[in-house]
Design a binder for this molecule. Structure first.
Ligand SMILES: [Zn+2]
Ligand SMILES: [Zn+2]
Length: 152
């Protein structure tokens, strides 16, 4: 039996999962899939300007793996900008360390742990809540990861 690929650590679900150039019908666009670990590499290295060493520790991967991941991600993001494609974020062998809940009624967003329960919006009391990690097919799986004692 082959060992399952180790999951890469991603802080939180992305707030937006799909992007496209304006004025072009979706059906005319080619798609680029950015995986969740590629998204996280761009977020850490480019958005937060984190050193690769630090970012690789954050994602629980080696520095060389991080650099390769970032290169792949940048290639996709640049192709999206220059060639005009639809970019959607999905997949990747990852777990989230925390979740985000968005209230559909008032738009507020809340950081939440996978063990926490939130049934009503603390801001407006609405029950109409969107589970962001759930939207990416995560939830219980990430909660399980949380129970595993972390190496320090
Ligand atoms: Zn609300
Ligand atoms: Zn998960």
């Amino acid at each position: 039996m082959s060992r399952p690929k180790k999951e890469r650590s991603v802080k939180q679900p992305p707030l937006y999962s799909s992007f496209k150039p304006t004025g072009i019908m979706k059906s005319h666009l080619q798609q680029i899939n950015l995986s969740l670990d590629e998204y996280e590499a761009v977020r850490l290295a480019d958005y937060l300007q984190m050193e690769h060493e630090e970012a690789s520790i954050e994602m629980e991967i080696s520095r060389s793996t991080f650099t390769r991941l970032l290169e792949k991600a940048r290639k996709k993001v640049s192709a999206f900008l220059i060639e005009g494609k639809e970019l959607y974020i999905e997949g990747g062998c990852i777990h989230f360390r925390g979740n985000i809940i968005r209230c559909v009624s008032c738009g507020h967003m809340f950081n939440i742990g996978f063990k926490d329960e939130l049934n009503l919006c603390p801001n407006c009391g609405s029950e109409n809540l969107l589970d962001m990690a759930g939207g990416y097919g995560h939830g219980r799986c990430c909660q399980q990861y949380d129970r595993i004692t972390r190496r320090s």
